[in-house]
Each structure stands twice: as C-alpha cells, then as structure tokens.
Design a protein around this ligand. Structure first.
Ligand code: BYC
Ligand code: FE
Ligand code: FE
Length: 473
C-alpha cells in the first residue's frame, strides 16, 4: 500500500498536526484509502480533472477559511479544524454539569461516544455517494459548482470525524475510520447506518430537497454535539456548522428557483400547467417535500429514547443551544407531552424530559423548516399564483419511532391501510414524477445558461457574476 505524505502544508489544520507524529502516521495510512474512495465514489465523470471555483478552509480565522480559487477536486486541501478552545470550559448539562469539559475520552463513555462519532461520520461520505451522478445532469455550471462545493465539504466532514477517531480511540478508532470508507449508500450488504443516507438522490429536485431537509438534520445534530462535554467533539462540530449553512442555502435557493420558474410557466399555460411547459409542477414539488421531510425527521431517532436519555445524562449530547437557551441543564424534573398511539387512538402522554431529547431536537428542526416553507410560499405569492406548500405532520410517512407502526395522513390523522394505499400517490413522489424529472435532466454547462425548469440565481458566488465560469471542463 502506498503511503501518503501528511503535513500541515497539505492538510491545513489547527490541531498541531506537525507536532503529532501518531496522528500523522494514522492519517498517512488512511489518506490513500480515502482518495481511492473519493475516486471511486465521488463525482462520476471527467470532473475530477476540471478546475472548479471552490472555497477552501485554510484556517479557522475569518480570513483564512473563506479562500476561493480554481482547484481540481482531488487537490482540494481537506483540512482539520476545531473551533478555538474556550478557557475553563465545563460540561454544560447532564449528570456531570459544571465539571471541567473532557479533553480525553472518559473510559465509561468510550463506546457511546465512538458510536455517535461513527454515526455522524458515516453520513458524510454517504451523501457524496448519493450525489455522485448528479453533475451529469447539472442545470448550470453555477449549480454544478455548488454541488461540488457541498461534496468536498462533506468529504472534509468525514475527515473531521476521522480525526477524532484517530486521535482519541486508538486501534478501534482506526478500524472504524477504515469502515467509514467501506460501507456504501444503498448497498444491501453494507449499507450506510441511517435510513435517509441509503435513499437514491439521482435528480436535482431530490438534491435540493436533500440539502434543504437532510443537511438541516445535520445542522441540528451538530448543534447538539457542539454542546458536548467531550471538548474535541464540541469544537469540531462547531466548525462544521459554519459550512453547513452553505449546504442549506444551496437547497433552499435551488427549490426557490424551481418554484419561481414553475410559477412563471403556470402563467404562460392556459391550464396553469407548469409541467406541460417543461417545468416542475408545484404539486410534484409538494410530494418531493413530503418525502424528504419525513425521511429526514426519521434521522432524529425514536420519540421516546433511552439512548438519547443516556447521551444527555452522560454529558455527551445536549439540546441545540443548550447553554444559551435553557436554565435547567439537568432535565431531571418535568415532562414532555407527546401524542402516541394507544389502542388504536392518538392520546397525549407525559414522557420524562430526558427520554424525550430526540423529540425536543426534532421540534427545533421542524420550527426551522417551517421558516423555509414560509419563504418558498412568499415566492409563490409574489408571482401571483394561488398555491401554498405545507409541511406534513411529523407523524406522516415515518419509518423510525413511535409513528412508524401506523399510517397517518399529511395532517397527522391516524388512517387505515386502505386509505393510505388509495392516497399514497397524491402524497408521495410517483413513478410519473420520476419519469418527468428524467426528461428534464440534461446537463447545461455554458456559463450564464440555465436549464429551462429552473430560474437563474439573483447573484453569483463570492461577488462573481452569475455568468462567471464556475466550472472549467
Ligand atoms: N435509520 O433510541 P433511538 C448530517 C436506530 S446528518 C436507521 O430511537 P438514537 C449530514 C438507532 O441506531 C446528521 N436506524 O435513536 C446531512 C438505534 O439502534 P439500536 C447525522 C436508526 O439511538 C446531510 C435504534 O434505531 N448525525 O450530518 O437516539 C449530508 C433506536 O434508536 C435511525 C447524527 O445522527 C435511522 N434514521 O439515535 C451529510 C448524530 N434512527 O441501538 C451529512 C449522531 C435511529 O437499537 N447520531 N436508528 O441498535 C445520534 O446522535 C443518534 O444515534 C441518532 C438517534 C440521532 C441517530
Ligand atoms: Fe456534513
Ligand atoms: Fe452538509
């Protein structure tokens, strides 16, 4: 096996890589396997040789991290960054609240922590795998560049978790780091760990929905891990959050532009049919939204979860904005009201707070998501079209947790199997929807040109014009 050279020149970092020969050795072994994985599972096609106008993190400082230039993706400098240490930081919640934050892994929580880091790490390469064919149908060079930006940053997020495994988990950490390169999204024999990361993302409507809804799960999981009493994890996730904002921008603005075009096309058509005019209809957008919102909600785990209670009790995983938002960091008293199915009926139950941590995080996620829907609806309203997108109930179409054993309509009402079967195709993407998307997926690369079904963005990247050559093929 070839050995890579790993140094601070190649791997920008603020973790003193040059002064840490153990970490260097572990990364030197891992890097060739990572690049092999990237070549096999990263963007498919000739894109690896193309110059892409990308942002590279070269430092955590405000100047260093937003460095833009043309790079070939395999030469992207995958860096390792932690937010700056906070003097005297303490564990912020749970049974160890106010004790000094851990710089090393506490022995009794080793397995739990490793599991969380591996689960987080697994999602990052999974998303790259899911998106690997998309460049071939990019609606513009601008969009293709955004896809690649997301891809390299998800690659870097994998590095972030591998750094933690290598630095803090010894031999089994190194084994887990290898295994992160071996599982494959959607592969029946060696699938990725969480459900949504095995779903195909092979058209741009799904890509923009994924970056709106699934990357947003990333935001909230990272927010809760950024509160962790294990300081290196908290600081790593803190920095990852700065990149996540761009991924969600790509999704929200992408769907916003599809909506904008759909409304324009509706007004051109005598039946207000955007599809007939070569666009994507608002009800197809609603079905895709229903799908990606519900599979992304599953990523928060069960409504009632002893795992989540243990994570909280041990100080490993807090609530989003734990320090800022809450006064009581013990969460030993008090209950959380949730609706659960008992004897064929939805009834309200009190669940102890710690056992409801997954649901509390899901609440924050849903609130954030509602704001996105409001902005999309504003675009529709401004165009003069009468239509409203809605977020389905949290109970709709769930595969994980208390609601997964029953069927619910988008309003959250318990329904029977027959009603579900009769309505399924009005609520979730259909074969016809996918067929239509397939007819739209032709690549557009000429600078400043955009596929017919999507409006151009208002502004380009980093002050560059929209017609800038973001990708040099
Ligand atoms: N699919 O107690 P429960 C991102 C399992 S996204 C399949 O309800 P728990 C990104 C669970 O493992 C952020 N299995 O939930 C976005 C458990 O198994 P065991 C990713 C699932 O344990 C876009 C059982 O069901 N980060 O960064 O609290 C692009 C009962 O579990 C699923 C994290 O997830 C599922 N959806 O798990 C790129 C943070 N959900 O114990 C990147 C780390 C649950 O019965 N993960 N199960 O064998 C965690 O904190 C938690 O493990 C979970 C919830 C949030 C996943
Ligand atoms: Fe990520
Ligand atoms: Fe992301």
């Amino acid at each position: 096996m070839t050995q890579a050279i790993v140094n601070s020149e190649k791997i920008p970092n603020n973790v003193n890589l040059s002064g840490d020969p153990k970490l260097q050795r572990a990364l030197e072994k891992w890097l060739p396997n990572y690049l092999e994985w990237w070549n096999e599972m990263g963007p498919e096609g000739t894109y690896q040789n193309a110059d892409i106008y990308l942002r590279t993190a070269v430092d955590v400082g405000s100047e260093g991290w937003a460095h833009f230039d043309y790079v070939k993706m395999p030469d992207y400098r995958w860096g390792i960054f932690l937010e700056p240490a906070q003097e005297g930081r303490t564990v912020g919640f749970g049974d160890h609240a106010n004790e000094p934050a851990w710089q090393q892994v506490p022995g009794e929580y080793r397995n739990m922590l490793r599991r969380i880091i591996v689960t987080q790490g697994d999602t990052e390469p999974a998303s790259v795998e899911q998106q690997r064919l998309l460049a071939n149908s990019a609606p513009s060079g601008y969009d293709m560049r955004n896809l690649f930006q997301v891809n390299v940053e998800e690659g870097r997020h994998l590095w972030a978790m591998v750094y933690l495994l290598h630095s803090h988990f010894g031999r089994d950490g190194r084994e887990e780091a290898e295994a992160l390169l071996e599982r494959r999204s959607g592969n029946a024999d060696k699938p990725r760990i969480l459900g949504a990361f095995n779903e195909p993302v092979d058209n741009w409507l799904d890509f923009f929905m994924f970056t709106t809804f699934t990357d947003r799960d990333g935001k909230f999981q990272l927010l809760s891990l950024a509160e962790s009493g294990f300081d290196p994890l908290a600081r790593t996730c803190g920095f990852m959050l700065t990149e996540e904002a761009h991924h969600m921008f790509v999704g929200e603005s992408g769907i916003g532009r599809i909506i904008e075009r759909a409304c324009e096309l509706m007004k051109l058509d005598k039946n207000e049919d955007a599809k007939a005019q070569g666009g994507i209809s608002l009800d197809q957008i609603q079905r895709a939204l229903n799908f990606w919102f519900s599979v992304s909600e599953d990523l928060f785990g069960g409504e009632v979860s002893s795992n989540a209670a243990n994570y909280f009790a041990s100080g490993i995983k807090g609530r989003a904005y734990e320090r800022k938002k809450y006064q009581d960091h013990l969460a030993l008293d008090g209950t959380y009201k949730m609706k659960l199915v008992k004897e064929g009926k939805l009834v309200e139950e009190d669940v102890s707070l710690r056992n409801a941590m997954n649901e509390i995080l899901r609440d924050d996620y849903i609130e954030d998501t509602e704001r996105v829907i409001t902005r999309w609806n504003k675009t529709i309203e401004e165009s003069g079209v009468k239509y409203e997108l809605t977020l389905p109930s949290r109970r709709f179409h769930r595969q994980v947790g208390a609601y997964s054993e029953h069927k619910f309509d988008p309003q959250g009402n318990l329904i029977d199997e027959a009603t579900w079967n009769a309505k399924r195709d009005t609520w979730l993407p259909t074969r016809k929807d996918l067929d239509h998307l397939r007819t739209l997926q032709t690549r557009v690369t000429e600078p400043g040109k955009f596929a017919h079904w999507i409006a151009p963005p208002r502004v380009g990247i980093k002050g560059r014009p929209v017609e800038f050559e973001y990708v040099r093929l």
